[in-house]
Design a binder for this molecule. Structure first.
Ligand SMILES: [Mg+2]
Length: 180
């Protein structure tokens, strides 16, 4: 099978690392102390706080410094070992200058070969063919009807979606994705 895997908040623990960094830099901002309810940060924060979030998220070394989600590295190695093709499928941030190179660096630093070139960057994941797409985004729309089944990687901002298979954490992937 071809297993497409999103990066932010599926492989890389982006939101958690973002909030840890924000708490240190802006300890008195209440909006940063509660779990996010919206996928898109511009829907979540007031304008002033959004600028603070963006100043961290789009800084030059942020993306490549994000720790992996617990169990993610072992899971993709094992899925690959079982004979499946793992391809990372990610959307570049608003400022691609601080996310394209860094996403490749992240894969090289944490996984190395044969995963470090298996990255597709696209704003429209429906254009990419595969059997499964593991992604935290609540709704994934685009130009095509998807060829893959969307497996929802659970986060605080996608609990309202109940129409998809849900992966609560990587430690449970063998039970949820029993076809692999
Ligand atoms: Mg994501």
């Amino acid at each position: 099978m071809i297993v497409l895997v999103d990066m932010d908040d599926v492989m890389a623990d982006t939101s958690e690392y973002l909030y840890e960094t924000l708490m240190v830099r802006y300890p008195n901002v209440l909006e940063f102390k509660v779990p996010r309810k919206k996928f898109d940060i511009k829907d979540e924060y007031s304008f002033g706080n959004l600028l603070k979030v963006e100043s961290v998220l789009y800084s030059l070394d942020f993306q490549s410094s994000i720790p992996p989600v617990k169990g993610s590295l072992d899971a993709v190695r094992e899925i690959h070992k079982r004979g499946h093709d793992v391809v990372f499928c990610s959307t570049p941030h608003k400022y691609y200058e601080t996310s394209v190179l860094q996403k490749y660096q992240w894969l090289e630093n944490h996984l190395g070969k044969p995963f470090d070139r298996k990255l597709i960057l696209t704003e429209d994941k429906t254009l990419i063919r595969g059997d499964l797409l593991i992604d935290d985004k609540p709704e994934i729309n685009g130009l095509r009807f998807p060829s893959w089944e969307h497996i929802l990687f659970a986060t605080s901002y996608n609990f309202h979606v109940d129409s998809r298979r849900r992966l609560y954490h990587w430690l449970d992937w063998k039970n949820v994705l029993s076809e692999l």
